[in-house]
Design a protein around this ligand. Structure first.
Ligand SMILES: C[S@@+](CC[C@H](N)C(=O)[O-])C[C@H]1O[C@@H](n2cnc3c(N)ncnc32)[C@H](O)[C@@H]1O
Length: 243
């Protein structure tokens, strides 16, 4: 049987209760190779997308609210930060904008080689050096407890089981380190993204349940304003790996 049609390769789209009937509709995911090719094809335009949704400003407001900046400023020596699904680097560049001259060692992984090329160029324009690797968030090529902060924006909703990626992100997080993620939420905007990219549109309770399953502490959540085109289109979640 074709593996695309196995249950683990689908994403729940909608569920409707009619009397004693529960009707649920799921959609087959884009296979990983096709997803990477789509992002390769979109890499050149991703900067425009990021500007349309005011990603850098939106990320800065939420990163600040999450306390990530205080945490990184409190690290003695050079803090280690990993951006999973780095894309063109918007999230790392937003965080760097908040940290002024803090010594940070930036790392990024992505499954799209074109996105990584664009990330290198964008980071260069922002005056950052970022170490980039072609790699999957489900199998992060770093040792356990390597990072002070591990983050991912608009990546986990592409996966059939986002909690598996979360567990892998927690593996590479140092005890006391900070996890920060953003995911498209259930909304009209979320539905449009779902139709185009076959992603999850994540509710707050669902995201919180995934984080609690990773045995994290200090879990926080807030909506992200993506400007006039998308409104409160995403949700940010953050948490600490207990010491
Ligand atoms: C919507 S873009 C977001 C990019 C960036 N984080 C941002 O906020 O602008 C999603 C990115 O995740 C990458 N991606 C998708 N699935 C991935 C996976 N399993 N592992 C690593 N990266 C992945 C895509 O190639 C793409 O660059």
């Amino acid at each position: 049987m074709n593996s695309i049609h196995e249950r683990n390769d689908t994403i729940p789209m909608t569920s409707l209760r009619i009397g004693s009937w529960q009707v649920s509709i799921s959609r087959c995911l884009l296979p990983p190779g096709q997803l990477a090719s789509r992002y390769d094809a979109n890499a050149a335009d991703w900067g425009c997308t990021a500007r349309r949704y005011q990603l850098e400003t939106a990320y800065q407001q939420t990163l600040f609210a999450s306390g990530a900046t205080d945490l990184l400023m409190g690290v003695s020596g050079e803090a280690q930060v990993l951006d999973c699904g780095v894309g063109t680097g918007s999230l790392s560049i937003a965080l760097q904008g908040l940290l002024a001259d803090e010594p940070i060692n930036w790392h990024g992984i992505d499954t799209s080689s074109e996105m990584l090329d664009t990330a290198e160029a964008s980071a260069g324009h922002a005056g950052m050096t970022i170490s980039l690797k072609l790699a999957n968030v489900l199998s992060i090529p770093y040792a356990d407890a390597s990072f002070d902060m591990v983050m991912a924006a608009h990546v986990l909703e592409h996966l059939p089981q986002p909690d598996r990626a979360l567990k892998e992100m927690v593996r590479v997080l140092k005890p006391g380190g900070r996890l920060f993620i953003c995911m498209t939420r259930r909304s009209l905007f979320g539905m449009l993204i779902q139709m185009r990219w076959r992603t999850w549109a994540v509710t707050e309770p669902q995201g919180m349940a995934w984080l609690r399953g990773c045995r994290l502490s200090d879990i926080g959540v807030c909506s992200i304003n993506l400007g006039r085109f998308a409104g409160l289109g995403s949700t940010a979640f953050w948490a600490k790996r207990p010491c």
